[in-house]
Structure formats: C-alpha cells, structure tokens
Design a protein around this ligand. Structure first.
Ligand SMILES: Cc1cc2nc3c(=O)[nH]c(=O)nc-3n(C[C@H](O)[C@H](O)[C@H](O)COP(=O)(O)OP(=O)(O)OC[C@H]3O[C@@H](n4cnc5c(N)ncnc54)[C@H](O)[C@@H]3O)c2cc1C
Length: 359
C-alpha cells in the first residue's frame, strides 16, 4: 500500500499542492464528519497567545486519537496539507496564514496509575493543557510538574521544546512518548504506525528534543524570516500520548511552590500577549540581558514591542501583525550578533506562509 508514500516533498511540489488545494470541497467533506468543529477561513490570531496571524484555509479541533489518525490518513491519501499544533503558545503564525488544514490536537484525557509506593505513572494525551493538569495534580497530591505553572501550552507541545522553568523541565519526569510516525509509510507501511520512544531516544536538552530542527534565524532579502521547510503532513512525528513519572507530595507544599513561581512570573514577565521567550538563552548568558544591552528594551515596530519588563519577550500591544513581530526578531538578532558576536537561536516556532507576505 502506498497511502503515505512521498510525503517528504520538495518545496516546489508542496507549493504546487498548496496552490491547488480546494478548500471548499475539503471543508464540505470534513464538515460531514466533524460538524461545527471544522471552520473555514479561521483567523489564526484567535488560536495563539501572540494574537497575530492570518487565516487558516481550514481549522479543526481534534478530540480523539481516532480522529487524529483518520485525518492524517485522509490528508495523506488526498494530498491535503496538514499542520498539527497544540495551544499555540509557542507559535508565530504569518500574516498570510496557513494554506491547507491546521488541526489543533485537543486530545485531553489522562489517567494516573498509582503504584502504591508513593510513585505513579501519568498517562496523558498530547493535548492535555499544563495549567489544567497542574491544578488537578495539586488537589490529588501528586508532584512532578509543579515547576511549570505559567507554561500555558499542551504537554505534546511541551515535549517538542522540552518546556521548562525554575530549573525543571519536562524531560526530568518524562518516561516515554507515543508518536504517530508519518514517515513509516514512506517505507511501505499500509497503516499509520504508533511507536513508543523511550526517554533515551528523545534527545532532550535545554529547549530541545529530537523533534526540533535547527533554530538559527535566517531572513530573506526582504527581511522576512525563513521558516523551516515543511512537509505535506507537518510535523512528521506527531505526539499522541506521554508517560510522566509522578510522586506523592503534600498538596499544601505544592500550592506554596506554585504560588511562589506564579509570583515570580508576575514580577518578571509582561502581562501583554506574547509567546513566551522569543530566543533561547545562549550558553552561559541570557537572551534578555543581551537584547537589553543592545539597547532594545521598549523598542516598537508597528504594534509589537520588546517588552519593557523582560527584553526576551516581544509583546502585542494591540493589533500587531506578524510582520511587526518578525521585524523586531530580525532587529534583535542582528544587533546582538553585531555587538556581542552571539547568534541567538529562536525559541518560538514560525508557521505559515512567510514568503507570501511580501509578494
Ligand atoms: C506567557 C507565556 C509563558 C511561557 N513560559 C514558558 C516557560 O516558562 N517555559 C517554556 O518552556 N515555555 C514557555 N512558554 C512557551 C510555551 O508555552 C511552551 O513552549 C509550550 O510547551 C508550547 O505548547 P503548545 O501546545 O502551545 O505548542 P504550540 O505553540 O501549539 O506548538 C509548538 C510546536 O510544537 C508542535 N506541536 C504541538 N503539539 C504537537 C504534538 N502533539 N505533536 C507534534 N508536534 C506538536 C507544533 O507544530 C509547533 O511546531 C510560554 C509561553 C507563554 C505565552
């Protein structure tokens, strides 16, 4: 069977597929299956914490593993471009939006396997939201994820960047992930394959995992960022479920730790819309310190601003465009490189049609 053959397309081939994508037909077909959860010409600004980004031809929220497998299979068979995302808290969508289908992984059940000795394994679907889960775990008296109050994403998105804070990260408590591996079919498989990757296979490091491509920022001649190359189904390794180690903890103690971390965030991070840190911290230094030292704190491009409170945050001060944000990214990257010789790597993910913006 060839259902997923040749999903790794050349840039040109993918562009051609996007141009001929018949959104109306696809919308009617998917509407029969998923009803009101399918939306046409959906503003992506509604689905990311930056509050910027153009339209997705089609937007859908997927609530079960079966729906996820079905849509991946259908997109592969029909050659419909598909982008899978979580809560959009680490994503900058282009002003020209995304061609094809953007699917939010909203699979959000979890169970806790209590081993009876003070430890447990949390089996969580990829779309479980960190803040909601944390609330539940505190009430139940399970510790492990309390370093992350204020990380507003999904657990699946958290694996991609190995999300972390306060000297903790997901990798420290992650046992394994179940991945729907789209590339398997390129090797001749007839059905989508779910494979379990153990912790040791995940290459987890500081804001890094095997699922992340290079993070160096490049810009084209017009000054737009060059997003990483995409495939028909992006990403090719889709996280469906995670196993996370938990341990018994006094709920009162958990509440105190979480409250302390929350207060720290309140003091140090901006309240406006953002996607968290824009750049990764370089070894031995802080991106925010370097950007501030380059004289950029408070700098504005359009309605985007380098935060006054924390220079590694770009904030939307009201109807910013993705181009405004991109202009600040470029400026910060260039200044820090010129003044300090540090080539800052992007923390945030660029998605969508950046090139189209300037044509
Ligand atoms: C105010 C604020 C504070 C933040 N603080 C922190 C912090 O302290 N530490 C930190 O690490 N991050 C922080 N972040 C960034 C962000 O919350 C994390 O990176 C989070 O883990 C992203 O999850 P998400 O579901 O929103 O991912 P999204 O932004 O939806 O997606 C990010 C990338 O992951 C891919 N992806 C998402 N889900 C899956 C999946 N199931 N399978 C495969 N690929 C997937 C998407 O295609 C995309 O490329 C902050 C963000 C904000 C807005």
């Amino acid at each position: 069977m060839i259902w997923l053959r040749n999903l790794a397309l050349s840039k040109h081939a993918l562009e051609e597929i996007c141009m001929t994508f018949d959104a109306e037909t696809v919308y009617s077909e998917l509407h029969k299956l998923l009803g009101a959860r399918i939306r046409r010409n959906e503003p992506l600004a509604r689905h990311c914490t930056f509050g910027v980004g153009g339209l997705a031809d089609i937007w859908v929220s997927l609530e079960t593993q079966q729906e996820l497998v079905d849509i991946v299979t259908r997109c592969a068979e029909r050659r419909w471009p598909l982008l899978l995302v979580g809560n959009g808290t680490n994503t900058l969508y282009a002003d020209a939006g995304v061609r094809g289908i953007v699917a939010r992984i909203a699979l959000n059940s979890y169970t806790i396997e209590d081993s009876g000795d003070g430890n447990a394994l949390l089996l969580a679907e990829a779309g479980v939201s960190w803040p909601r889960l944390l609330n539940d775990l505190v009430t139940l008296g399970w510790g492990g994820l309390e370093f992350g109050p204020g990380i507003p994403g999904t657990l699946g998105g958290g694996v991609i960047s190995n999300a972390g804070a306060h000297h903790g990260d997901l990798g420290q408590v992650l046992a394994w992930v179940d991945v729907l591996d789209v590339r398997y079919a390129e090797r001749g498989s007839a059905v989508p394959v779910v494979e379990r990757y153990q912790h040791s296979a995940l290459a987890l490091g500081y804001r890094h995992s095997r699922f992340r491509t290079q993070r160096h920022v490049q810009f084209d001649a017009q000054g737009y960022p060059i997003a990483a190359a995409c495939q028909l189904i992006e990403p090719a390794e889709i996280i469906m479920q995670l196993g996370i180690y938990l341990h018994r903890e006094d709920p009162q103690k958990l509440r105190m730790v979480i409250e302390e971390y929350k207060q720290h965030r309140k003091r140090t991070q901006p309240p406006q819309q953002s996607a968290g840190s824009i750049f990764k911290n370089p070894v031995g230094d802080y991106a925010g310190r370097l950007i501030e030292a380059a004289g950029m704190k408070g700098m504005m491009r359009g309605k985007a601003q380098i935060s006054e409170r924390h220079a590694n945050f770009i904030v939307n001060v009201g109807a910013a465009s993705a181009a405004d944000v991109a202009a600040l990214i470029k400026e910060a990257h260039t200044r820090v490189l010129e003044r300090f010789g540090v080539d800052l790597e992007l923390e945030v993910e660029l998605r969508g049609e950046w090139k189209v913006t300037q044509s």
